[in-house]
Design a protein around this ligand. Structure first.
Ligand SMILES: [Zn+2]
Length: 473
């Protein structure tokens, strides 16, 4: 079922000759770890600004464990702190049980799993440097890794709480899941290309247990083209139902005795909005007290810098680091109009700062709030909008509170508040958010984010939000 990729196989790959190719634009980028080139039988490739590399190289070169589950097309990479799960063809990654979008989809090429190196590598604790002229990706370990047990013991499987005993659909496009003690699923993941809904059932397995996937095709129904269900993962035990929906399909989840019903219907017929744009919980209004006396200390973190340019906008021919800094400077100027706020910047020019140093800076200054400013990128250029990320529980209220101000500032589409384990918001301790102001891979977003007026509006609105959160009137 699970198969650990053998070190011997990978060692042999490392010594396989690296195919050389012709013209500059088509030359595959080269990969270096601590200055030493990593070789593979499949060349890294650049797709929409993301470098895809064979997972085996990255993980085994670093000594991480790799598992491959062919049924779920799932790759698991882990060290003693981080478990990363990727599914071929899905632009998302699960990091220690937190699901987040990634810029490019992992894919299979010549039997190799190709993953977006930056998205995954940073999660595994790597720093990146892209040498554009040489087309070289340089990776550096942030800190020395503790050796990984070469024979990891099989994790003990949790006992299921509930069993799914049957899945069926009626003529009204209602999918019914019969079960014994299964919890109603939470909000589904909405996945694109093709459009689908993924419902996860926690602590659930199938009765009788089956290890494959059940697929049901549905013909001549504008609401869906089919659905499939399978054991998504074993630990934590999760069963998943994926429904391939139409462009205009909404859903309502209801329950009856030992059954969960997912009724599909045109969005126009939905009784209520299935995905409320803001969290239904009221924002927490208790302000933090200043850690440094009367003044509040706010640390602004303009993402990337210098040799680390971040995401790239093809249409504007500009880099993310520039937007991050300009937006942060505008925000600083707005905040400094209030003398009760002390604004500190992790960088105020085009400098490279290690993530660990950004964290240390905020910690050393006992910041009351930490705001990291970024812009996103995605292989599908139609994806657009602003996101506010948090990771720790003490940051959720701040993220929920600030997000409407972020939207007002950028004027872009709402991509909601999300949880993700970005290092700077994970390893700091004060309420901390990471704003992905928009998608530089989307021409509309890029044009807005690089305009002076939007940057000014962003600064003004986000400052307003921070002040309101701190209860400074
Ligand atoms: Zn960024």
């Amino acid at each position: 079922m699970k198969k650990s990729v053998s070190i011997m196989l990978l060692m042999s790959l490392l010594f396989t000759l690296f195919a050389s190719v012709g013209h500059a634009a088509s030359v595959p980028p080269k990969l270096f770890l601590e200055g030493k080139q990593l070789m593979s039988d499949v060349d890294p490739k650049i797709e929409n600004g993301s470098t895809l590399v064979p997972l085996a190289i990255l993980s085994e070169g670093l000594g991480y464990g790799v598992e491959w589950e062919p049924v779920m097309k799932k790759v698991t990479v882990k060290n003693d702190r981080t478990v990363i799960e990727l599914i071929i063809g899905e632009a998302m990654v699960k990091v220690n049980d937190v699901i987040m979008d990634i810029a490019a989809k992992p894919q299979l090429m010549n039997q190799r799993t190709m993953v977006p190196v930056r998205a995954v590598g940073e999660l595994l604790g790597l720093e990146f440097e892209w040498k554009a002229a040489e087309r070289e990706v340089h990776m550096f370990r942030i800190q020395p890794e503790t050796p990984v047990d070469p024979e990891p013991t099989e994790p003990e499987l949790p006992l299921p709480i509930g069993y799914i005993t049957g899945v069926s659909m009626d003529e009204q496009s209602v999918i019914t899941i019969l079960h014994t003690d299964v919890q109603k699923p939470g909000k589904p993941l909405v996945l694109d290309n093709p459009k689908r809904l993924a419902f996860d059932f926690k602590n659930t397995t199938f009765e009788p247990f089956f290890n494959g996937e059940n697929r049901v095709e549905v013909a001549d129904n504008p609401l869906l083209s089919g659905y499939r269900y399978a054991q998504f993962q074993l630990n934590p035990l999760t069963a998943r139902l994926v429904i391939n929906i139409g462009d205009d399909t909404g859903y309502v989840v209801s329950e009856s005795d030992h059954a969960i019903h997912i009724a599909l219907m045109p969005t126009a017929e939905l009784p209520t909005d299935p995905e409320p744009p803001v969290d239904p919980e009221p924002p927490v209004t208790t302000p933090p007290t200043g850690n440094n006396g009367a003044k509040f200390t706010v640390v602004l973190d303009a993402g990337h810098g210098a040799k680390d340019p971040g995401a790239y906008s093809k249409s504007m021919n500009r880099w993310e680091k520039e937007f991050n800094l300009n937006a942060a400077l505008k925000l600083k100027a707005e905040l400094e109009k209030d003398k009760r706020i002390n604004v500190l910047m992790t960088r105020s020019d085009d400098t490279f700062i290690e993530l660990a140093d950004r964290i240390k800076f905020a910690q050393d200054h006992k910041a009351d709030l930490f705001i990291s400013i970024h812009a996103n990128s995605f292989d599908k250029t139609s994806v657009n909008g602003s996101e506010t990320y948090y990771y720790r529980d003490n940051s959720k209220a701040f993220a929920d509170f600030l997000h409407p101000y972020v939207l007002a500032g950028t004027g872009l589409n709402n991509r909601y508040v999300k949880k993700a384990a970005f290092k700077v918001i994970k390893e700091t301790t004060m309420p901390a958010v990471l704003i992905e102001a928009g998608y530089l891979s989307n021409d509309g977003d890029a044009k807005a984010l690089f305009s002076d007026s939007v940057q000014s509006k962003f600064g003004a609105e986000v400052a307003k939000g921070i002040k309101a959160y701190l209860d400074l009137k």
